[in-house]
Design a protein around this ligand. Structure first.
Ligand code: I6G
Length: 695
């Protein structure tokens, strides 16, 4: 081998001092630029530079670190992507123990807490409390020296935890270096690592698609993600951190109010909970609790209670501790969202589209603030994944307003006489054949409207507010009408006689008359509502409106080809196929003919010009509660202006219309840096285009 050629074993050439100096300065600049961009994006929700610029700077920094390994620092933004896997976590001793909090379960516990605090302080005046949501995550301690994150640890038993520094470095909202120029030489920040609801849903959805075990709740998902020896896995999970207290501090004096310390943490680059407030006395605590209890389901993250702390640090010191818990703080808990109970039986329900869903019949249990005796088991795949049997002890979860779910079997409590769950061989209602479509987890009854269950559900849907809007035709009446064989198809509704209706249970003469008037009134509708009411699979309110605006005339729509259908906004190949097969079915054609013959009608629609469709090509999402109009009304306005209305936020979304209590969609839109219109801004947009929402 020629001596001119560098050998693999040669030392790397020493960089020229001048080049190294230049690189050092640039690396420092890139650290600052990337740290600020990261803070703006993940903490302030207000991106300061385009993603592409961030990526360019990130690449430049990585290249410099490869070229000059001496410049690769632990607090480099490139270290957020994860490092080499560990063999095990090292133990860490907390110099200031990480304590736990006393709990309050009922209103009176809070009054008692406030009284205990006041009595000890002999204060006279009402006590000021700092309050904030108690995030359902994992408590961690972050140690900064000279403003640089040098160690992160779990709480463990409060005295000893595990060193999870590599994993914590991957959490984007944790500063690797504190912002600002002045920070204590030693600072320990404590708080909660948690997984936002939207990230949890996405993670579990992926797990289900890959036939992997889903996490029971966001807390377990956060814990599982932090417990990874391979920090690249942690980096792939979207975790967040919210700080809530101070641990060790050396060489600096911090503010004398807890709320001020939090504000200082914010200036150093941490997320401070946006719901944090300071209130006065037990009454202030109660009203904060009530407000947050209402807001709980709409928050982007799960909380299991509220923490109240005496705001004044001097008073905290006066109060001190009692057996491992501070006397100056308390966690007021919300009703638990998970409980254990027994699975007594599994029944199979048939829905509007024939989907057969296993429903768990449970020993009644109080969970999430209500008594639950039924929970969904989704489908047979889910039953297999859970490994559940009748007689098992199961964990039920009811988070927010969603249907309670069976999330886990407690195998240790399994008795000997549990029974296997068998899927019915035929429809449990009409005994028709059942079929499982390839690639779908759902098994369906093939009976169509012959099946009483499907008929009931189809008619309930037909009569519902967003469909034909038949006031007074509630579920119980539909069930009686079908059971009494008074209606077999939608059009039969328009043939109902007073004598038939008035003899139904719970319907007097007056209600029967009113019902017949509502049925008559429903005949005049819109094409979109009519299409939605037919219950074509995959055709929701938004798609029905798109179909109406595109085809204008039902005679054109029923003859549309696949190519013509996929030219409609938001109609993809799957939806197009569903529409084609619906209109190809002779039975459905006669249902439509029958309804039109009964007098169902809608006004003709004129094709709008381009000027009347100024939002063409833009996709909007509407979320939260709008105070001046319904969400469907808002969607209708947008579609009328040519916009597409989608149900979920993605990079393709142009803007989000966010009403009150907007939850995870708002969070995601903020994450993506999308335009967000509150209700006033939306009303302004409408009025710019000549729409007055009050008309
Ligand atoms: O576990 C906790 C959750 C939230 C806390 C806490 C907190 O403040 C919002 N604060 C302290 C002081 C402790 N645990 C010990």
């Amino acid at each position: 081998m020629s001596h001119d050629q560098p050998s693999l074993f040669d030392e790397l050439p020493t960089p020229k001092a001048e080049d190294l100096k230049k690189a050092t300065i640039r690396v420092q600049q890139l650290h600052d630029l990337l740290n600020h961009a990261n803070h703006a994006y993940y903490v302030l929700d207000d991106p300061s530079i385009p993603d592409a610029e961030y990526d360019r700077m990130f690449r430049e920094l990585s290249e410099l670190e490869t070229l000059y390994p001496v410049l690769l620092a632990n607090d480099s933004p490139t270290q957020r992507v994860g490092a080499a896997p560990l063999a095990k976590f090292e133990q860490v001793t907390h110099e200031v123990p990480m304590l736990s909090l006393d709990n309050a379960f009922v209103d009176e516990d809070m009054v008692d807490f406030d009284r205990r605090v006041s009595d000890r302080l002999v204060a006279g005046a009402e006590i000021e409390y700092a309050c904030e949501p108690k995030l359902d995550g994992i408590a961690v301690s972050l140690l900064y020296e000279g403003g640089v994150l040098i160690r992160a640890a779990t709480r463990g038993d409060g005295s000893t935890g595990e060193n999870i520094t590599q994993n914590i470095r991957t959490v984007a909202s944790i500063p690797l270096k504190l912002l600002g120029d002045v920070h204590p030489p030693v600072l320990e920040v404590r708080g909660e690592v948690y997984m936002p609801k939207s990230s949890f849903d996405a993670l579990n959805e992926k797990a289900r698609l890959n036939d992997e075990k889903a996490f029971v709740n966001p807390r377990n998902a956060a814990a599982g993600s932090l417990r990874q020896l391979d920090s690249k896995i942690t980096a792939s999970r979207r975790l967040e951190f919210c700080c809530y207290s101070l641990g060790r501090v050396e060489g600096a004096v911090l503010p004398e109010q807890h709320s001020e310390i939090l504000a200082q943490f914010g200036r150093w680059g941490f997320i401070i909970n946006a719901e944090s407030r300071v209130v006065l006395g037990a009454a202030g605590c109660q009203s904060y609790y009530d407000k947050l209890a209402e807001k709980r389901n709409y928050l982007a993250y799960e909380i299991d209670g509220i923490v109240f702390k005496v705001n004044d640090i001097g008073r905290q010191q006066q109060l001190g501790f009692i057996s491992r818990a501070p006397r100056w703080a308390i966690a007021r808990k919300f009703p638990a969202q998970e409980e254990m109970t027994i699975l007594d039986d599994v029944e199979f329900q048939v829905g509007r589209t024939g989907a057969i869903t296993p429903v768990a019949r449970l020993k009644p249990v109080f969970v999430g603030g209500v008594t639950v005796s039924n929970a969904t088991l989704h489908n047979m795949d889910e039953i297999k994944r859970l490994g559940v049997r009748v007689g098992d002890t199961v964990i039920i979860r009811r988070a927010g307003d969603v249907i309670p779910k069976v999330v886990k079997v407690v195998l240790e409590k399994r008795p000997e006489d549990t029974c296997d769950i068998q899927f019915p061989k035929c429809c449990p209602v009409c005994e028709s054949r059942v079929e499982r479509v390839e690639d779908e987890a759902i098994t369906r009854c093939t009976g169509g409207l012959f099946c009483g269950a499907q008929r009931k559900e189809a008619i309930k849907h037909f009569a519902s507010r967003k469909a034909m809007d038949i006031d007074g035709l509630g579920d119980k009446i539909v069930e009686q009408l079908v059971d009494e064989n008074l209606i077999k198809s939608f059009a039969d509704l328009y043939l109902l006689k007073f004598d038939e209706v008035s003899k139904l249970e719970r319907l007097g003469e007056k209600s029967a008359k009113n019902l017949l008037t509502s049925i008559e009134d429903s005949k005049t509708t819109t094409l979109a509502k009519f299409l939605y009411s037919l219950g074509i699979r995959e055709v929701g309110v938004a798609t029905a409106l798109n179909l109406q605006n595109h085809f204008l005339d039902i005679r054109v729509l029923v003859k549309a080809s696949f190519e013509e259908l996929i030219a409609v906004d938001d109609v993809g190949p799957i939806v197009a196929k569903r529409i084609l097969s619906f209109f190809a079915e002779p039975h459905n054609q006669s249902v439509i003919d029958g309804l039109i013959k009964s007098g169902v009608n809608w006004p003709n629609i004129e094709k709008k010009s381009q000027e009347q469709m100024p939002l063409t090509g833009k996709t909007y999402v509407v979320t939260g509660t709008l105070l001046h109009m319904g969400r469907d009304q808002a969607k209708g306005y947008l579609q009328g202006l040519g916009a597409k209305v989608a149900s979920s936020v993605s990079a393709k979304t142009h803007a989000l219309v966010a009403g009150e209590k907007a939850g995870s969609k708002l969070q995601k839109a903020q994450d993506l840096g999308l335009e967000i219109l509150d209700e006033n801004a939306f009303i302004e947009l409408l009025s710019q285009h000549g729409i007055n929402h009050e008309n």
